[in-house]
Design a protein around this ligand. Structure first.
Ligand code: HEM
Length: 527
């Protein structure tokens, strides 16, 4: 029975529909302020109004500084228990991967990177693919993108890179000149730029795109032996990308198309699935390779390092509350379980500071206590208090007085070890240096040559349209960099630029300015 009278009748399911304040007071009038006479003035003791309005004033938390626009879904991950013909335990002791058929609940957030929380989902931009697995051993986050490589390989450069791609601080417009000004000084970005300006830079939706951990991680087995791994998600729905023209057409009618597509597919029981694949490499520097395995601007060639499927993820439940589940979700590269480890990849190490740091600011000190972020296994920690502390953890049952360790009075105790520690040796001078094997152009050239003709055409068109808004010296530098990737690549961009007549003030979103006809005409004439 309801504690107080309901305005109307109980709803069909018997629940009391009465509107209350957060303090539980029934609201008898939600239409009018309390005023002196019907025309006002209002009075300060209008507590119901003050609570309602001051909460509304605080409805927004800061957006993610990157990846602000996103969509999420819950699901389940099922392990295959094997890597090729070998048991997975040969490589990792992570419990949730050991048994074939073992299921682990998960949550995924897909996103675009550069623009704000309500920006169109058709923009040329990498797509985020962040997965949280609620394993029996605590959470594992794999914070990945759709593309398998990245623009930079040193975390110190990340804020500059993002500033160059975000809108201009004066005009608040994204600006091809600023982007290519930065890129022309960043030759390691050429491989990623080649993907980004091709149709791979606009996935058709979130269901039909790949995911990748991008950075190099490690797996560690019971003996403490580590191997280097790269993670990839392969969509069982297939892969679909858009041309610029297709994206613009969709955007003219719907700027939420990817969120809508994901939500509606799941709602109608058409559950999207991805296989988790790993590439494995022996731990070490690998002098025989022409790239550094810790360099996130490089692909590990599939022929040499095959993709081994190790499990399948199915997304089968939509969030019930977008803010609580999607906006407040917090993923980080430091969130690993026993058996999964970091590599020395410098980007990965920089990222690992950034995520939890921003989340303490964006969501709050106790962001890990929110249901979407809290592990589903037991948590027993001596961390205390802070704003919005809800679950104090500790050994509540046996002795809640002991919130320190070690102790002979009770309290949480250290866990038994599950295998030998992985203990890599380090010896070297502390320096600020670039990696030795940079090879900035080789794979970018391969990627260009491997594109189908229509993908190459799109790439050139999109690059020319954006570069046309930059000054001549930036254009020249970029053409030289494209030439170093592949002679034909550089030549086509140079010819496109020579034949385009773009209004330089039209600094719209990247890859979307107006010189289609000029470039197509140049292509047709074989110039
Ligand atoms: C989100 C930093 C590189 C994928 C974020 C956020 C920050 C950040 C601060 C916002 C997190 C939040 O508010 O919850 C960095 C830094 C990087 C870096 C400092 C390099 C040093 C990368 C790379 C990838 C990536 C290489 C791809 C593998 C993501 C994804 C999200 C994200 C998917 C959104 C996560 C979500 O859906 O909540 N990053 N990032 N980032 N980053 Fe990075």
């Amino acid at each position: 029975m309801a504690l107080h009278e309901t305005n109307g009748k109980p709803s069909e399911n018997g629940a009391d529909p009465t509107l209350t304040t957060r303090n539980g007071h029934p609201v008898y009038d939600n239409q009018s302020l309390r005023t002196v006479g019907s025309r006002g003035p209002a009075t300060l003791e209008n507590y119901q109004f003050l609570e309602k309005m001051s909460h509304f004033d605080r409805e927004r938390v800061p957006e993610r500084v990157v990846h602000a626009r996103g969509a999420g879904a819950h699901g389940v991950f099922e392990s295959y228990g094997m890597v090729g013909n070998e048991p997975i335990s040969n490589f990792t002791r992570a419990k949730f991967l050991q048994e074939k058929g073992k299921q682990t609940a998960c949550f995924v957030r897909f996103s675009t990177v550069i623009h704000g929380g309500h920006s169109p989902e058709t923009l040329r931009d990498p797509r985020g693919f962040a997965v949280k697995m609620y394993t029996e051993d605590g959470n594992w986050d794999l914070v990945g993108n759709n593309l398998k490589i990245f623009f930079i390989r040193d975390a110190l450069k990340f804020p500059d890179f993002i500033h160059a791609f975000k809108p201009d601080p004066v005009t608040n417009r994204q600006d091809g000149e600023r982007q290519f000004d930065f890129i022309s000084h960043t030759p390691e970005a050429l491989h990623m730029i080649t993907f980004l300006f091709s149709p791979w830079g606009i996935p058709a939706n979130y269901r039909q795109m790949q995911g990748s951990g991008v950075n190099t991680y490690k797996w560690v087995n019971k003996e403490g032996v580590g191997v280097l791994v790269k993670y990839h998600w392969e969509p069982l729905q297939g892969i679909k990308n858009l041309t610029t023209a297709q994206a613009q057409e969709i955007q003219g009618m719907n700027f939420n198309h990817a969120t809508q597509d994901l939500y509606e597919a799941i709602e109608s029981g058409n559950f999207p699935e991805w296989e988790l694949c790993v590439q494995i490499m022996e731990d070490g520097e690998h002098p025989e390779l022409d790239f550094d395995p810790l360099d996130d601007t490089k692909l590990w060639p599939k022929e040499q390092f095959p993709w081994h499927p190790v499990g399948k993820m199915t997304l089968n439940r939509n969030p019930e509350n977008y803010f609580a589940e999607v906006e407040q979700s917090a993923f980080g590269t430091g969130v690993l379980v026993d058996g999964l480890d970091f590599s020395d990849d410098k980007m990965l190490q920089g990222r690992t500071f950034s995520y939890s740091d921003t989340q303490r600011y964006r969501v709050g000190t106790n962001y890990l206590q929110l249901p979407i972020n809290a592990p589903k296994c037991k948590v027993s920690t001596n961390q205390r208090d802070g704003q919005m502390a809800y679950n104090q953890g500790g050994d509540i049952v046996n002795n809640p007085h002991v919130n320190y360790e070690p102790s002979s009075l009770g309290g949480p105790k250290e866990a038994p070890r599950t295998g030998k520690d992985h203990t890599p040796m380090y010896h070297g001078a502390l320096v600020r240096q670039k990696i030795e094997k940079q090879n900035n152009f080789g794979q970018a050239g391969d990627t260009y040559r491997n594109f189908e003709d229509w993908e190459k055409d799109e790439l050139i068109l999109n690059l020319v349209n954006t570069l046309a808004t930059a000054n001549k010296s930036i254009q020249d530098k970029m053409v030289e960099l494209f030439r170093q990737c592949d002679e034909d690549y550089g030549r086509r961009v140079a010819e496109g630029l020579a034949n385009t007549d773009v209004d330089k003030s039209n600094k719209g979103p990247i890859g979307t300015t107006t010189s289609h006809e000029a470039v197509q005409q140049a292509e047709e004439e074989g110039r």
